[in-house]
Ligand binder design. Sequence first.
Ligand SMILES: NC(=O)C1=CN([C@@H]2O[C@H](COP(=O)(O)OP(=O)(O)OC[C@H]3O[C@@H](n4cnc5c(N)ncnc54)[C@H](OP(=O)(O)O)[C@@H]3O)[C@@H](O)[C@H]2O)C=CC1
Ligand SMILES: Nc1nc(=O)c2c([nH]1)NC[C@@H]1CN(c3ccc(C(=O)N[C@@H](CCC(=O)O)C(=O)O)cc3)C=[N+]21
Ligand SMILES: [Mg+2]
Length: 278
Amino acid sequence: MILNGKELSEKRLAIVKSEIEKTDLKPCLATVIVGEDPASQLYVRMKHNACGKVGIRSVGVELPGDSMTEDVINAVEKLNKDPAVHGILVQLPLPRGIDTEKVIESVIPEKDVDGFHPLNNGRLFSGRPDFVPCTPGGIMTILREYEIDPAGKKAVVIGRSVDVGRPMAALLINADATVTVCHSKTQNLAEETSKADILISAIGRARFVGPEMVKKGAVVIDVGTNHDENGKLCGDVDFEKVEPIASAITPVPGGVGPMTIATLMENTLESARRHANL
Ligand SMILES: NC(=O)C1=CN([C@@H]2O[C@H](COP(=O)(O)OP(=O)(O)OC[C@H]3O[C@@H](n4cnc5c(N)ncnc54)[C@H](OP(=O)(O)O)[C@@H]3O)[C@@H](O)[C@H]2O)C=CC1
Ligand SMILES: Nc1nc(=O)c2c([nH]1)NC[C@@H]1CN(c3ccc(C(=O)N[C@@H](CCC(=O)O)C(=O)O)cc3)C=[N+]21
Ligand SMILES: [Mg+2]
């Protein structure tokens, strides 16, 4: 079975749209982009497009690539204080030389719709999540909507980044899975991944996960957004070879990516609701 993230995201976006129409909420997402990385510009544009689709206002702050950490923090602090802004997203990665941790910590947790602030991280790891990072949050929505319950299952996450791997592992722990986290220093990676009932790959290597790494009947979630030697967009998983042995699998494109954006819209709406005490 193919887990259709694109279709599910459309459904979730339609719900966000109708929720906004039902209330007088005027949710607003602010994005901050530093420098001119074309991939980052594309992603931010996709986020603004999604806002337009569901009726979330969006403002984009663009700073030059040679900005200092303080310049970015000043921009964030203005948005922190602006009562019309409910969500703040600082597009990552930031240019070399900028202290990413300091910038992320400057976003007030109440507007941290990316779920990257250490307070929101800590809440997630304590089993009392508030704003959850959008990519792993979107993956949990896919699992829930397709009635794949992680409870008691063996889940293996490849990747331990702060934005994807680690929060993914925390969400799966909270959902009662038995979780293994693998990374570049893992020995016998294929041996670990072959035990997974639910395998989540977030490494950033084109078609790295082959059939020899996957147990028959496993649920395979592909976070990777890579370009192959021909420039074609592809995931971490060799979809053609793994799809026949998986019980369910997300494609790239059309899987996790659209759910990331839908979850960002949901988090922004939730933040606006709280702001209005609804
Ligand atoms: N679809 C979506 O919405 C999103 C997609 N992405 C995509 O997901 C991928 C991962 O993103 P992100 O987490 O930010 O990436 P990072 O580069 O921050 O982290 C990659 C992780 O993978 C591990 N890793 C790298 N190579 C290997 C290997 N050969 N074997 C085992 N582990 C390995 C690294 O290990 P170590 O820690 O030891 O270095 C690291 O933990 C990228 O392709 C990115 O573009 C990211 C965010 C959202
Ligand atoms: N502060 C911050 N928050 C993020 O959430 C964040 C970020 N920084 N930096 C970069 C990563 C990456 N990311 C993606 C979002 C959507 C798709 C997506 O929708 N992809 C489409 C394909 C898009 C295409 O054509 O390239 C798909 O998979 O179907 C992919 C990747 C969010 N990120
Ligand atoms: Mg990263």
